[in-house]
Each structure stands twice: as structure tokens, then as C-alpha cells.
Design a protein around this ligand. Structure first.
Ligand code: NAD
Ligand code: ZN
Length: 369
């Protein structure tokens, strides 16, 4: 049986189910939460070829009708206004009504796009997440953020729209390219550093998850979802200035800057940028005297051990410290141009601050780059 993680958000509650073979059983698992026995499935071409037949068979078996299956091209470019419009129009043209649920089968791109479509079509449809990448299972499918990108930047348009159910099938991770699996693991390591006990597990067992061990993957997904959903439950709309959801940006101030410098063409995956960001956040924390001098070495060597880059020097290109600083000042989480960092005292003890001398950051980036 799958492991069940109940999530409570105000007066709403839903489950995250984690286990192998959930896509095949999706019909029976989602039927109880559907307003009516009909769904629109949104997926991407790659995932459709690998896993859509299993989902379709499972839905048919449980008597859940598919109003339409909408397949978008894989990749970040699908999180766009034109793609959003065509998805919503295709769903409505096929006959989706207010009692039709939207099922997202795919990675974070499909989840963000389908979730936003579900949030706005007919002012809000029931939404079911079936995340198929490790990143989506441990991060993007949890928390209710949905949205698309603008030319101006990523995720600038969107809505909070919580799913009614999340099915994290660890079996589908078997078809994921190893590089994508590793990138998703960076968010597990991030959750570990926020939580503590999970970091100890990462150091001891994380390599097994990255090697594809199903038991280790299930543990990584379950514990990540537990941490993230607890953080989200305490600060659903990211209103807390100090802690709350902002803590989930550990490693992301540096990570976003590196990602933006590389463009979003696949040269550097989000999780790879986050891994380097975690290494830099640990190093900055140590330089500022917040954590032990050993912690950065431990963080960096664990990430490197599982095949992730953890220092700027692990990346193929060089970066200008000034360019990265410019990106960080413009980050959407920055306050009045002051860079915002999540720093570590120890695994399980992180805090947000806008009070870091720019010179300390610049020196770190120069030394590292
Ligand atoms: P993705 O959705 O682009 O998936 C990565 C690649 O893997 C794609 O080519 C996809 O077709 C392929 N794929 C997916 N599942 C597969 C499988 N089982 N087997 C083989 N191939 C498979 O990327 P992602 O890393 O899952 O998600 C990244 C997106 O998530 C970004 O747009 C990011 O902004 C978003 N995100 C959102 C949140 C949130 O809270 N909503 C949080 C983090 C990230
Ligand atoms: Zn991230």
C-alpha cells in the first residue's frame, strides 16, 4: 500500500500518496475525490509516450471518463501565456465543465501549467497532481504554487491553487534521465538542511536514492513532502517575512542567479544551480561565523558524492561576481534591492536575512569563481 501523508491547510485537507505503481491505480485512487467521474489529463510529449497508456488504462478501469488528453511540448517554454490559453481552450472545447477535474501527469512544467489552467478555467477546477520527476515529487507538486513565465522572468504570473490529491509514484522515476534525478535530489538535500534529521539520512542513504533504489526514493519523497507541506501549512501564501515559506529558498538566491546567467536552455538544470547554491550558502554562513567551519565541506562533499556540482568551480563556465550580484539584487525575493539569503547555523537550523554585507558575498563569489 502507498504511504499516506495528510496535509492540512486551514479548513482544507488532502493527501499525498507515495509508493510504486500509483499511476496504474490512479483511477481507483482519485475517484473518491472527484466531483464527477470525468477528468482532463494534461501531460507533455515525453511523459505521454512513457506513462500515459498506464494512466489511461487505470482511469478506464475505475470508470473515470477522460474528457480530453492535452499534450504540450516538453520543456520550460511550455509555461507560457500562449500555451496556457491553448490548454484552457482545448479543455473547454472538449466539454470540460465545473465538475471536471484537471489531472497533471508530468514534471514541474506540466504541474505548474496545468495547475494554473485549473485555477483559472471556469474560476477554478479540482486539481490532481501526478508528478513524474523527482523534483516535482519532492517540491513543485507540494504547496499550491502554479504559474507560467514571462519574458521578464520566471514564474511571474500565477495563482495559489492547492491540489485535491497528489500521487507520487516512485516507479515512474525509473524512466527519468539520471541527470534529472540528481537535479531533483538537490531539493531533497535542501529539505534535509532545513530539517536536520533528513540531512543525516541524506549523508547516510541519499546516494542510494540517486542510484534509483526504490525504498530510498520513497523515503526521500515522503520526508521531503512532510517538511515542505509543514512549512507551507504554516505560511500558505508566503506572507511571513522571517521564516515560513521563505526558508524553502535556501540555496536559491545564488541558484537563481547562476541559472539566469546560463539561460534556461538546459546548460544548467535548476537543481544543479540549487546544489551550487547550497554549497555557497553553507560557505557564506561559515564565513560570517553562523555555522561551524566544517559544515560547508560536508555539504559540498555530499552533493559532489551524488554527482551534483556544489561549487562554482564544478561548473564548466566562469561567472563574473558582479554579474551574479546584479542578478541577486534583482531577484523577486530581494527587498528594496537588498539581497536576501537563507543562512545555516546547523542542519535543521536555518534563518532568513537581508543583512549580509555585499562585500562578503562578492569576496565569496570571487574566491569561488
Ligand atoms: P520538467 O517538467 O521540464 O521535466 C524535466 C524533463 O523530464 C522534461 O523533459 C520531461 O518531459 C521529462 N520527464 C518528466 N517525467 C519523466 C519521466 N518519468 N521519465 C522520463 N522523462 C520524464 O522539469 P521539472 O524539473 O520536473 O520541473 C521544473 C519546473 O518546476 C520549473 O518550471 C520550475 O519553475 C517548477 N517548479 C515549481 C515549483 C512550485 O512550487 N510550483 C517548485 C519548484 C519548481
Ligand atoms: Zn528549487
Amino acid at each position: 500500500d502507498p504511504s499516506r501523508l495528510p496535509v492540512r491547510l486551514g479548513d482544507r485537507a488532502y493527501d499525498i500518496l507515495v509508493g510504486e505503481g500509483l499511476v496504474a491505480r490512479a483511477g481507483a485512487l482519485i475517484a473518491p475525490v472527484l466531483p464527477a467521474r470525468r477528468v482532463v489529463v494534461i501531460t507533455d510529449e515525453t511523459v505521454a509516450a512513457l506513462h500515459l497508456p498506464t494512466l489511461t488504462a487505470g482511469l478506464a478501469e475505475a470508470g473515470v471518463g477522460i474528457v480530453s488528453t492535452i499534450t504540450v511540448p516538453p520543456g520550460e517554454a511550455s509555461k507560457s501565456f500562449p500555451q496556457l490559453q491553448s490548454v484552457v481552450e482545448a479543455a473547454l472545447a472538449a466539454g470540460a465543465d465545473r465538475r471536471t477535474a484537471v489531472v497533471a501527469l508530468g514534471g514541474g512544467v506540466v504541474g505548474d501549467l496545468a495547475g494554473f489552467a485549473a485555477a483559472i478555467a471556469l474560476r477554478g477546477l479540482t486539481f490532481i497532481q501526478i508528478p513524474t520527476t523527482l523534483l516535482a515529487q519532492v517540491d513543485s507538486s507540494v504547496g499550491g504554487k502554479t504559474g507560467i513565465n514571462l519574458g521578464l522572468g520566471k514564474n511571474l504570473v500565477g495563482a495559489f491553487h492547492q491540489p485535491r490529491l497528489v500521487l507520487a509514484d516512485t516507479g515512474v522515476l525509473g524512466t527519468l534521465p539520471p541527470r534529472e534525478l540528481r537535479a531533483g535530489y538537490a531539493e531533497v538535500a535542501k529539505h534535509g538542511l532545513l530539517q536536520g534529521e533528513l540531512w543525516a539520512w541524506c549523508e547516510a542513504e541519499g546516494a542510494r536514492a540517486v542510484a534509483g533504489d526504490p525504498t530510498a526514493l520513497a523515503h526521500a519523497v515522503m520526508e521531503s513532502c512532510r517538511l515542505k507541506s509543514a512549512v507551507v501549512a504554516a505560511d500558505e501564501r508566503e506572507e511571513s517575512e522571517e521564516g515560513g515559506r521563505a526558508l524553502l529558498n535556501l540555496g536559491h538566491t545564488f541558484g537563481h542567479a547562476l541559472e539566469a546567467e546560463c539561460g534556461y536552455g538546459g546548460e544548467l538544470l535548476h537543481g544543479e544551480a540549487v546544489a551550487v547554491g547550497l554549497g555557497l550558502a553553507a560557505s557564506l554562513s561559515a564565513r560570517l561565523g553562523h555555522c561551524s567551519q566544517e559544515l560547508p565541506g560536508r555539504v559540498i562533499s555530499h552533493l559532489q558524492e551524488v554527482g551534483l556540482p556544489a561549487r562554482i568551480g564544478d561548473l564548466k563556465r566562469r561567472f563574473s561576481a558582479e554579474a551574479l550580484m546584479g542578478r541577486m539584487r534583482k531577484d523577486k525575493k530581494a527587498r528594496d534591492g537588498a539581497m536576501r539569503f537563507i543562512l545555516m547555523r546547523a542542519p535543521g537550523d536555518c534563518f532568513t536575512t537581508s543583512d549580509v554585507a555585499p562585500l562578503a558575498v562578492q569576496t565569496l563569489l570571487r574566491d569561488e569563481g
